[in-house]
Write a protein that binds this ligand. Structure first.
Ligand code: GDG
Length: 497
């Protein structure tokens, strides 16, 4: 459980917490994606910072700890930017910590990242009607990549006392590998996606290895309690372990792994501030013209194109809504924004095609000369344009079939400077646990879902504001820095700090 106090957390407070609690230990973060990436543009090295809430949250932790971040070097300029130890000091404008890059061959990336991580573990954990693909060769690459990362982490640590925080499902085996070499390390891991029930999990051909790998951690975090309980049950049924429910721990060979929820979030204040800037207002005016929104109600969906996000289900519900409510034809516009992702994988190309077909079908069925019900927006939108869309939208649909947390929902809430707007949120997201004031939907129940779209459009302003204000309080208080503070301080307490 989160043990830090409930008052507002920000970058500076998180920085101080790390300074006070870390002592002389080295702090390391491991993730597949890097916080800074170097690319070559006309032969010149350019450094970018990919937009990511996780990088924002861990940035103060890394700056305060002067630590090391270990990640896969994916940029075409990455090798040129590092020193002989594969390190580069970041942030480039004012270096405060060090990024250690790990190199993987194209074949290793295919097997480890696209293969086992995203074609096996991702569908396995999401139980989203897309069958996992378990290839022996992907598993071999996954094990190998975990070993490559472990070697880099151990090389960085040397004989120092250290605390390691591992990110996500790409590294189920890493913590055990670290602990085998250095039993005194303190290692924690945050698993950003759900954990399924044991009956589902055991369809994986290597359940023992994965469970044992994760039990190399001193601390294992999930977004919400049900995922922790699923994991604990898998550990109990799948391995020789003992559960200590009072401590929320799994004991394996006498050593405990504490399993606790840490609901991730967004930088509420930063999004809220950005939403009020003139630049965002200019983008709003441009989008209003582009979409011809005068006198119309706007709904948005904004997701990575992924079969877990329930995008076809929302389009079917919209179809049903226009079918049942002809008077709203010509009056409601739905923008489906979102970048294609993982397109090297067949199931992602199929879902992209299915979404396109459904949108074309809807527009063919209802569009008139002057109105189109669904507007696909697949172009790369700038952060200002994304915020402008969120501010313009009278309602936002998040219809995941299963989702660890879902940050799109929290970003919509943080962007609502007028404290209005309606969030339709799938019951099957982690976010639904924290946001009961949203209009909760079951994406599979099309008729009910369509009814909720109508309810959103017709919701009186007063009710919108009552719900939105409550959700804003929740997200502002439980922001990304509170998540960072909770997980880092829990890890430090296990390290004895
Ligand atoms: C995993 C878990 C968990 C989306 N479309 C565009 C775009 N986005 C941004 C959103 C948001 C992020 O991507 C998506 O975050 P989510 O949390 O919704 O989903 P996943 O990517 O599946 O993340 C999830 C998360 O990890 C954190 O732990 O919440 O449950 O699945 O920030 O705004 N950004 C841009 N263009 C887009 O078209 N630039």
């Amino acid at each position: 459980m989160i043990e830090i106090d409930g008052t507002r957390w920000d970058k500076d407070r998180l920085y101080k917490l790390v300074e006070e609690r870390l002592g002389g230990r080295l702090f390391l973060v491991v993730s597949n994606r890097e916080p800074y990436i170097h690319t070559l543009s006309d032969g010149k090295l350019v450094c970018h910072r990919p937009v990511s809430g996780l990088t924002e949250a861990l940035d103060p932790v890394m700056r305060a700890s002067k630590g090391r971040w270990i990640a896969y070097g994916s940029g075409d300029g990455d090798r040129q930017a590092v020193d002989a130890h594969n390190r580069v000091a970041v942030p480039p404008e004012k270096p405060e910590y060090s990024l250690r890059r790990v190199w993987l061959t194209d074949e290793e990336v295919r097997g480890f990242y696209l293969g086992f991580s995203n074609e096996a573990l991702w569908p396995l954990c999401h139980v989203a009607s897309t069958a996992p693909v378990f290839r022996d060769s992907d598993w071999e690459h996954y094990k190998r990549a975990n070993r490559i990362f472990a070697e880099a982490v151990l090389d960085e640590i040397g004989d120092k006392e250290a605390v390691v925080l591992v990110q996500d499902y790409h590294f189920a085996l890493l913590s055990r590998l670290l602990k085998e070499q250095k039993p005194d390390l303190t290692v924690g891991q945050f698993w950003h996606i759900p954990w399924p029930a044991y009956d589902i999990f055991r369809t994986c051909p290597w359940p023992e290895e994965i469970l044992d790998g994760l039990l190399g951690n001193d601390l294992l975090g999930f977004h919400i309690r049900p995922f922790c309980l699923n994991f604990m049950e898998s550990a109990k049924l799948g391995l020789e372990t003992r559960l200590d429910m009072e401590r929320s721990a799994v004991i394996r060979r006498g050593r405990p792994t504490i399993v606790e929820p840490f609901p991730i979030s967004v930088d509420f204040d930063a999004i809220h501030r950005q939403a009020s800037t003139e630049e965002v207002e200019r983008k709003m005016a441009a989008l209003r013209r582009e979409l011809d929104l005068e006198g119309k109600c706007l709904g948005i969906g904004m997701d990575r194109v992924d079969y877990t996000k329930g995008i076809p289900h929302r389009l079917q519900a919209l179809d049903r809504f226009f079918e049942d409510n002809p008077r709203y034809r010509g009056k409601v516009v739905f923008v489906q924004a979102g970048m294609p992702s993982r397109t090297e994988i067949d199931s992602y190309r199929y879902i992209g095609q299915r979404i396109e077909d459904l949108m074309t079908g809807l527009n063919r069925k209802y569009a008139t000369d002057s109105w189109q019900p669904v507007v696909p927006m697949t172009r790369q939108l700038s952060p200002d344009e994304l915020t402008a869309l969120r501010r313009l939208a009278d309602f936002c649909i998040v219809s995941s079939l299963h989702d660890g947390m879902n940050l799109v929902a929290k970003e919509y809430i943080a962007s609502r400077t007028e404290e209005d707007g309606v969030l339709l949120l799938s019951r099957f997201t982690g976010a639904a646990v924290e946001l009961p004031e949203a209009l909760l939907i079951n994406p599979f129940a099309t008729a009910d879902f369509a009814g909720k779209i109508k309810q959103a459009i017709e919701m009186p302003l007063e009710e919108q504001q009552r719900r939105m204000k409550a959700m804003q309080r929740t997200v502002a208080e439980n922001n990304i820095y509170r998540w960072g503070a909770a997980i880092v301080s829990r890890l430090m307490s296990l390290a004895g700090g």
